[in-house]
Design a protein. Structure first.
Lengths: 314, 221
């Protein structure tokens, strides 16, 4: 018995929202261990989300439709990315509808509306958070595209499943270009998901928060959706990194047993990736915001070097 | 070890040399610059040894050893003691537009790629593709000398240029004759001593190693 590709597609769409809070919980557990604190359980993010869903929404009087739509939009668009990123299979029918550039644009849509929603209420923090977020993303986005393009060049396609199957089936080669773009991708992923050298997800200190400042006015189910979307985004970035740079074991047939095996493999890769991220986060201090252009500039430099190395050396 | 793997290894080392050149370009702390310079020498020596192994040119082992001793141990050590004696190890270079410098560096890399394209087409050596990196390293060293104001980092830019020339020699012709290489190594060593003497003089005369100070004609502001 084999599962229809559309079925696998559906499976991925269910897998992402279900697994994302657990992954966020895992990251938190590893981080607590690293810092010598007692960790909450891996189920804590699920409990947080349920608690927020049960709470009432407090809405400002002057909130417009943008403010109310944004949480649903952020959640829905982030969920959509699970349809085109190969998590457990490369045989994705929906992947033909959007390639890697469209994927970056999907993230941009979420960011655009979150930034608008941050300014919508008119509080000072929201506007500050939005302007900071836009500054970071305007620098991170070109670097992200450059890093991904290097992988596209190496596999001569911009369609993600195609890239993955070429990369996974190619014979082993030492490729400095991919190493450079992997480092660039990690730097950008830390910036885009608001992790430590760029933003601190655990703080609500006025001077340092970026993402948290934008969503400060949200409460109840809106906040639950936004937080959930944030967790999903973290996992999507990890999946993207795994798919583009460590694709071994993703491709395969649609048999349930093989699918299960690949699912476990994927979860194992995620878990290791989470530990690596926590190691990076624990080793670094948060940067001053005006040092960020330099940080993202070096990410862009690395991505470009990767591309140049591809042309010059390979 | 197959030829294919050797070429890939050499490519990787070339990429690392390029990366260290960029790191030198943007690093501001004195000791970090020194460390990166030592790493660049290390990759250079390793790459020379790899080429020597692949081509069977055994004199390359000697120049590899020479590079490792000179550029990883001796020169960084001399500069290290200098920095310590002049008490500038805490110094951080002042304003430098890092993103613009990086972009200029990327431009230089592309320029050297174009410049070496004819050579690459004519050459049959297995190291022909790294020639562009070698030329880029020379140009990035030059760029470092132009953008920096501190005498010590300018010297390191100069030494990085020499690294690039050495790498160009190994990738274009499998290395210069032994006599030339020994001569260059001796020259470098003597240059390092002369730099040291100059640093002391500049430091005692101007109380700083910032070369902008030398542009002043009057002794008082």
């Amino acid at each position: 018995m084999t599962l229809h590709p559309m079925g696998i597609e559906l499976l991925q769409l269910i897998l992402l929202p279900l697994l994302a809070p657990a992954f966020a919980g895992w990251v938190k557990i590893v981080k607590c261990r690293m810092q010598g604190r007692t960790a909450p359980g891996i189920l804590q993010p699920y409990r947080d989300i349920r608690r927020l869903f049960n709470k009432d929404v407090v809405l400002a009087d002057n909130a417009s439709w943008i403010f109310r739509v944004t949480p649903y939009l952020a959640f829905g668009v982030t969920l959509m990315t699970a349809g085109i990123i190969p998590l457990i299979s490369v045989d994705l029918p929906l992947a033909a509808t959007a390639d890697i550039i469209a994927l970056v644009m999907l993230f941009a849509i979420v960011r655009f509306f979150t930034a608008l929603a941050g300014m919508d209420i008119g509080t000072a923090f929201g506007g500050m958070g939005s302007s900071r977020e836009m500054m970071i993303s305007s620098l991170a986005e070109p670097a992200m595209l450059m890093a991904i393009f290097t992988v596209s060049l190496a596999s001569s396609s911009t369609s993600l499943p195609q890239m993955v199957s070429v990369m996974a089936n190619g014979h082993f080669m030492i490729r400095p270009s991919l190493a450079f773009s992997l480092i660039a991708f990690i730097l950008i992923a830390l910036a885009e998901t608001g992790r430590i050298p760029v933003d601190n997800p655990a703080t609500h200190l006025e001077l340092t928060m970026i993402h948290e400042a934008m969503i400060l006015e949200y409460s109840g189910r809106y906040l639950a959706l936004i937080e959930w979307a944030g967790m999903m985004k973290l996992m999507v970035f990890f999946s993207l990194g795994i798919a583009a740079f460590l694709p071994w074991g993703i491709a395969g047939s649609g048999e349930p047993l093989s699918l299960l095996l690949r699912g476990l493999y994927f979860v194992a890769k995620l878990a290791v990736g989470g530990v690596v991220m926590v190691l990076i986060e624990t080793g670094l201090a948060k940067m001053r915001i005006f040092r960020l252009p330099e940080y993202l500039g070096s990410a862009f430099l690395l991505a470009t070097l990767g591309m140049i190395a591809f042309f010059i050396l390979e | 070890m197959s030829t294919e793997l050797v070429i890939q290894l050499n490519t990787l080392l070339a990429a690392m040399i390029l990366l260290t050149s960029f790191a030198l370009l943007v690093q501001r702390r004195m000791f970090a610059i020194l460390h990166i310079f030592a790493w660049q020498g290390f990759f250079l020596g390793l790459s020379t040894a790899v080429i020597g192994f692949a081509t069977g040119e055994h004199h390359l082992y000697i120049s590899s050893l020479l590079t490792l001793v000179m550029k990883v141990i001796l020169l960084p050590y001399i500069l290290y003691t200098l920095i310590h004696k002049l008490k500038i190890h805490r110094e951080i270079e002042s304003v430098m537009n890092t993103p613009a410098t990086m972009l200029a560096g990327i431009g230089l890399v592309i320029f050297s790629y174009h410049l070496t394209a004819p050579v690459r087409q004519l050459s049959t050596l297995m190291t022909r593709s790294t020639l562009a990196v070698a030329l880029a390293t020379v140009m990035l060293g030059l760029l470092m000398m132009v953008t920096r104001r501190h005498a010590v980092s300018q010297i390191i830019g100069f030494l990085a240029m020499e690294n690039g020339l050495f790498f160009a020699a190994t990738s274009a012709t499998y290395g210069m004759p032994m006599v030339v290489e020994l001569g260059v190594a001796l020259d470098l060593l003597i240059a390092a001593f002369i730099f040291g003497i100059f640093f002391f003089h500049i430091n005692t005369t101007f109380d700083s190693l910032d070369v902008d100070q030398m542009a002043k004609l009057k002794e008082t502001d």
